[in-house]
Design a protein around this ligand. Structure first.
Ligand code: DLL
Length: 443
C-alpha cells in the first residue's frame, strides 16, 4: 500500500540495522536457545511463582534441550501476575528496579511491571528498532502523543525516540488543540500515538481549516489498540503519510515487542532475538498451534532482568507468518481482538475491528462508531452508532446504513441495528478508544 511514497520505495539501509535483524534463522534460533536456557533457570531460581509452577508441572529448566521443549513448561497468566501484586514477580531486589509501570486495571488489581537499568536500555533499543523499521531516522523530530504515566506507551516511545537519535516532543495524549498547534510550530517528521487518536488529531486539523495533508508529518507509528488496513488507508490518505503498526504489552515489556517495516507494510515483525512467540488454542486445552493458524499469542522473554515472563498468555488473537523485510523474524497477523473482548451476540462471535473494516469500505461512512449491546427480554441486540462523512447527503446516509446492516449480516452473520449519529456526536479518542458499550443486564 502507498508504494508511491518516497520512503517506502527505498530499500532499507542495512548499514544501520541491528546485526540481529540481519541474522539467518539458524543463527537466530541458536541465540534463542542459549538465552532461553538462561531465562528459564534465572526465573526458576529467583521468582517463587515460577518455581512453584514448574515444580507442580514436574518440569525443571534442565529439561529444555531444544526450543520445542518450551512447550513442556506451564503458562503464566494475568491472574498469576495479579496474585503476586505488587512486586512478587520481580527477579531482582527492589532497589535494582529503576522503573515501575502498571496496566490500567479497569477490572481488579492493576498488573505491576518493573525494569532494571539494562531492561530500560534494551526496551529503548527495541522501540528505536521498530521506529526505524517504520521509516523514522536519526535527526528527525518526533511528536509523541502516547500518554505518559503508568501506561507504557508514552515513556516507552520517548526512550525509544531518544535512543534512535531523534528530537522528541513529549506531548502525551489529550489537549488536541495544542497537539495541532505544536505540530504546526515544531514541524515534526513523525508522530507516535494510537490510530484512533491520530484520527482525532486529523479531524481537529480539518475543523481548524488546516489541510491535514499539508503538515510536515511523513510517518506515523501507531499501536496500543486494534486497527485495520482500512483505517491505515484512512490515515495515510487523509494525512499524506506512511502509517505503520507497533505492538507490545506491559507484561512482556511495553511497545516495541514487534514493529512493522515501512517498505512492506505487511504486519509486525516480532523481535525474536528478545521474545519467543507461540500461538496456542485459547478455547481448547492450550495446545500449541502451527504457524499460520489463528489463536492466542503467548510470549517468553529472553533478555529481561527485572521481570522475566515465561509463556505469558496475552489473550490477543493472531497468527504467525514467515518474515519478509526481516527474513529471520516471524511476523504476526494484525490482532483481530482480545479473546476476552470478543462480543458474543446470539451465538455469533465478533470484534469491533470487523465492523471498522466493513464500515470503512462504505464511502458515506466515517471511522467514528460505537457498538451498544442491549437486551430486550431474552434477546441480545447490537446497535452500531456511526457517524456519516460530513458531506454525505441524506439519501447517501440512509443507503449507507442499509449497506452496513446488510454487510454485517452477510460477512459476520449478525443482525444489527444501524443508527446514523450526528457528525461529531460520538466520543473521540485521546488514547485507547472504547468501542463497545455493553448495557446488557446480567441475569
Ligand atoms: O498498549 C503497549 C503499547 C503502547 C503498544 C504503545 C504499542 C504502542 P498495554 O496497555 O499493556 O500496553 O496494552 C496491551 O494492547 O495486549 C493488545 O490487546 C493491545 N495492543 C497493543 N498494541 C497493539 C496493536 C500497550 N498494534 C494490549 N494492535 C495488547 C492491536 C494492540 N492491539
Amino acid at each position: 500500500m502507498n508504494n508511491a511514497s518516497p520512503v517506502a520505495s527505498q530499500p532499507a539501509d542495512p548499514g544501520r540495522l541491528d546485526p540481529a535483524e540481519l541474522m539467518g534463522r539458524g543463527e537466530l534460533e541458536a541465540l534463542q536457545l542459549i538465552r532461553l536456557k538462561h531465562t528459564l533457570a534465572y526465573a526458576y531460581d529467583r521468582v517463587p511463582l515460577y518455581k512453584r509452577k514448574f515444580d507442580a508441572a514436574g518440569v525443571h529448566p534442565s529439561d529444555l534441550h531444544e526450543l520445542a521443549d518450551l512447550a513442556k513448561f506451564p503458562y503464566t497468566t494475568k491472574e498469576d501476575l495479579r496474585q503476586e501484586y505488587p512486586f512478587g514477580m520481580f527477579a531482582v531486589p527492589r532497589d535494582q528496579v529503576v522503573r515501575i509501570h502498571a496496566s490500567s486495571g479497569t477490572t481488579g488489581r492493576p498488573t505491576v511491571v518493573g525494569y532494571t537499568r539494562n531492561d530500560i536500555t534494551m526496551w529503548a533499543s527495541l522501540v528505536a528498532r521498530s521506529m526505524r523499521a517504520s521509516g523514522v531516522r536519526p535527526g528527525m523530530v518526533v511528536h509523541n502523543a502516547y500518554g505518559y504515566g503508568l501506561f507504557t506507551g508514552g515513556l516507552g516511545a520517548h526512550y525509544g525516540a531518544e535512543a534512535l537519535g531523534t528530537t522528541v516532543v513529549p506531548m502525551s495524549g489529550g489537549q488536541t488543540e495544542k497537539q495541532v498547534q505544536l505540530i504546526q510550530d515544531f514541524a515534526p517528521d513523525a508522530i507516535m500515538c494510537t490510530p484512533t487518536y491520530l484520527l482525532t488529531i486529523m479531524d481537529a486539523m480539518a475543523s481548524r481549516g488546516i489541510d491535514p495533508r499539508s503538515t510536515s508529518l511523513k510517518f506515523a507509528v501507531c499501536g496500543a489498540e486494534p486497527w485495520t488496513e482500512e483505517m491505515r488507508r484512512e490515515l495515510e490518505t487523509g494525512m499524506g503519510l506512511d502509517a505503520c503498526d507497533i505492538y507490545g504489552l506491559s507484561e512482556v515489556m511495553g511497545p516495541g515487542v514487534a514493529g512493522e517495516c515501512v517498505e512492506t507494510k505487511d504486519g509486525n515483525h516480532i523481535w525474536e532475538d528478545h521474545f519467543i512467540p507461540e500461538i496456542i488454542d485459547p478455547f481448547d486445552d492450550g495446545s500449541v498451534l502451527p504457524d499460520g493458524q489463528t489463536g492466542e499469542l503467548v510470549f517468553t522473554s529472553l533478555t529481561k532482568e527485572a521481570m522475566p515472563v515465561i509463556r505469558y498468555r496475552t489473550k490477543d488473537l493472531s497468527s504467525l507468518h514467515p518474515g519478509t523485510a526481516r527474513p529471520a523474524m516471524r511476523r504476526m497477523a494484525r490482532i483481530s481482538g482480545r479473546s476476552d473482548d470478543m462480543i458474543i451476540l446470539r451465538g455469533v462471535n465478533l470484534f469491533p475491528s470487523q465492523i471498522e473494516e466493513i464500515a470503512l469500505r462504505i464511502p458515506a461512512l466515517s471511522p467514528h462508531f460505537q457498538l451498544e449491546l442491549t437486551r430486550s427480554g431474552h434477546r441480545d441486540e447490537m446497535t452500531i452508532h456511526i457517524e456519516p462523512r460530513p458531506d454525505a447527503t441524506e439519501e447517501a446516509r440512509a443507503a449507507a446504513a442499509e449497506a452496513l446492516r446488510r454487510a454485517v449480516k452477510t460477512y459476520i452473520g449478525s443482525t444489527a441495528v444501524v443508527d446514523i449519529a450526528a457528525p461529531g456526536s460520538l466520543a473521540r479518542s485521546s488514547g485507547k478508544l472504547r468501542r463497545v458499550y455493553d448495557n446488557r443486564t446480567r441475569d
